[in-house]
Design a protein around this ligand. Structure first.
Ligand SMILES: *Cc1c(COP(=O)(O)O)cnc(C)c1O
Ligand code: SF4
Length: 349
């Protein structure tokens, strides 16, 4: 067993283990965990103990998860968009291929909390083969996005088998891995892993940091190993009440990510997931944060704020309004500091 696997094994998964470390009601934790599993690995637990509420909320079960009357089991309609189990085909040219049911920590706000880490999510040789067959038959698929769960929870050999099989499909141009591990268990990113991954270029990794306190020396090291392996890194942050719904926190996070060679990619409005309603913020707070970021920090550090449309409609960018009026002759807008400008329009033919 490698050292990261030992950390997973030593994760907190039972209410009693948790209540020995932090002040929680084990009865309540038990109730939540019977529905939505808990896993907090020792690395992330240490961060919670240093940082407090903003990381706590992401990982520690909350009884509010069981009192959500508005959320949907499957807010993005992924099950209906799955031609075979655990492969979501929503956009014509790319698919989401769920190759692991496990994560190094179960985020309480997870969009897939209906299945991630639960026995309902079965991923075995047969489901992987069915996914690969589907991709092979659909030559319009140019990009395969490995997700889960977390694909980096697979051991190197298993992950390589899958990458290899995807790479053998000629019509697939780009492979993308979605993983929270550089944030939640950065020691998983070993030299050996990177040496394996770089054989499968063009390979992109989108990771997931939500708070500047998650950017530790360990996380920095993990990201620099990946970037040195020639792997372009992006980040998909989720806007979360009581975690990062604050323009100064978000500014610090985005700037720190850019410094790690991680390009902020999306800032997601929290999905309408059942059990995660207490994380949702008004759309206005996302727009205000974007207004604060645009122009103030490097354009490369500004993510696209997006909502993933319920029912599988796809991701829609939400941008604060800068245009005050537009007609055949004139565009009027406010710049990022709120100063008005007039710009001549080009006649429409
Ligand atoms: C988010 C998502 C993608 C990728 O979308 P991009 O905008 O290319 O990042 C692909 N398929 C599914 C099902 C998704 O949810
Ligand atoms: S790492 Fe991603 S898939 Fe896993 S629990 Fe967190 S949000 Fe869900």
């Amino acid at each position: 067993m490698t050292s990261w696997q030992k950390l997973i094994k030593n994760s907190i998964t039972h209410p009693d283990q948790l209540s020995r470390l932090v002040d929680v009601d084990p009865g309540e934790i038990e109730e939540v965990c019977s529905i939505y599993p808990m896993r907090i690995n020792p690395y992330y637990m240490g961060l919670i103990q240093q940082t407090g509420k903003s990381l706590w909320r992401q990982a520690i079960p909350d009884i509010l998860e069981l009192h959500d009357e508005t959320g949907m089991e499957d807010p993005l309609d992924e099950e209906n968009l799955s031609p075979v189990p655990n492969l979501v085909h929503k956009y014509p040219d790319r698919v989401l291929f769920l190759v692991s049911s496990q994560c190094s920590m179960y985020c309480r706000f997870c969009t897939r909390k209906r299945k991630v880490g639960r026995k309902e999510m079965v991923i075995d040789d047969e489901s992987i083969r069915a996914g690969l067959d589907y991709i092979k038959k659909n030559r319009a698929i140019r990009e395969v996005l490995l997700s889960g769960g977390d694909p980096l929870m697979l051991n190197d050999n298993r992950l390589e088998q899958i990458l290899n099989a995807v790479r053998e499909i000629n019509s697939v141009e780009v492979i993308r891995i979605g993983t929270r591990i550089p944030c939640t268990l950065p020691m998983r990113v070993t030299k050996k892993l990177v040496a394996m991954l770089k054989k499968y270029h063009p390979l992109y990794i989108n990771t997931h940091f939500n708070h500047p306190a998650e950017i530790t020396q360990e996380a920095e090291l993990a990201c620099s190993k990946l970037a040195d392996g020639g792997i372009p890194l992006g980040c998909q942050t989720v806007l979360l009440r009581g975690v990062n719904d604050n323009k100064h926190i978000m500014q610090e996070l985005m700037c720190k990510l850019l410094k790690l060679r991680v390009k902020p990619y999306y800032l997601f409005q929290a999905d309408l997931t059942r059990g995660a309603d207490h994380f949702r913020t008004p759309i206005e707070s996302g727009l205000e944060i974007m207004h604060h970021l645009i122009g103030r920090i490097s354009g490369m550090a500004v993510p696209t704020y997006a909502v993933d449309a319920p029912g599988g409609g796809g991701k829609i960018p939400l941008t604060p309004e800068f245009i005050t009026s537009l007609d055949d002759n004139t565009l009027n807008f406010l710049n990022y500091l709120g100063k008005p400008y007039t710009y001549p329009n080009c006649p429409y033919e």
